[in-house]
Design a protein around this ligand. Structure first.
Ligand SMILES: [Zn+2]
Length: 237
């Protein structure tokens, strides 16, 4: 589906994270940059689960693999034998090839959207479970899509996603210590990072009283939070 021009995109937040590992994304951007037109690759998807509930909290594309393919300005066709070889190589390394649940392709210098050919390709990759698809272009525009094949084929064409940067040992602690040593936070309610609407409203009221927020900036914040001005004014302060 191609979005009508000038209509702002509004990616759907799924309630779980959709992420691509930074190194994997670097590989894909490199192939996107060197290709004259389209190029495609396949990605391994790890299901990140909550230790207590066992529920999936994130789908992480951990690596991308380039297979032999024929590409033009507006088409990309992966070689079936090369895909089979990739599956065999993964299995030989003890990697479950069913984790190949991401298809990524670049539209070169064209806009990002799901073409009829893309729809056919995604339908052809039906694995009985689900598939993430990522389309990008050289200008760094991206769109992620989630298809479910069971019990019937359903999909969301534009889901929120981000890049997953691996943790570096000790870096978070070092950043925390540096933050504590250098940053003084004034006028903020103490909290554990989980900010309630009550705290948000309090901060906005305080900022408006200080003159730190213009009416337009306040309206932008309310729009961002999805609040009506009357909701905000009714907060008890
Ligand atoms: Zn396409």
């Amino acid at each position: 589906m191609q979005l009508p021009k000038n209509r702002p995109r509004d990616p759907v937040a799924l309630g779980i994270k959709i992420q691509v590992d930074a190194l994997a994304m670097n590989k894909f951007w490199t192939w996107t940059d060197v290709a004259r037109g389209e190029v495609s690759c396949l990605g391994l998807v790890e299901e990140i689960r909550d230790a207590n509930t066992g529920m999936i909290t994130a789908l992480l594309v951990s690596d991308f693999f380039l297979v032999k393919q024929c590409c033009s300005l507006d088409e990309t066709m992966m070689d079936a034998a090369s895909v089979a070889e990739l599956i065999m190589n993964l299995e030989a390394q003890g990697i479950d090839s069913r984790k190949l649940r991401c298809w990524a392709h670049s539209h070169g210098s064209m806009s990002v959207f799901w073409s009829g050919t893309d729809d056919d390709c995604i339908a052809g990759l039906a694995n009985g479970e689900y598939l993430l698809s990522l389309v990008v272009n050289k200008q760094r525009h991206t769109m992620m899509r989630l298809d479910q094949y069971h019990p019937c084929h359903l999909f969301v064409t534009d889901v929120s996603w981000d890049v997953h940067y691996p943790l570096v040992d000790g870096l978070a602690e070092q950043c925390l210590q540096e933050f504590k040593a250098k940053v003084i936070e004034n006028g903020l309610l103490s909290g554990n990072g989980k900010i309630t609407n009550y705290e948000r409203a309090h901060d906005l009221h305080a900022a408006r009283e200080r003159g730190a927020l213009t009416d337009i900036e306040l309206q932008d914040e309310l729009d961002f939070l999805g609040w009506e001005p009357c909701d905000f004014d009714e907060q008890p302060f």
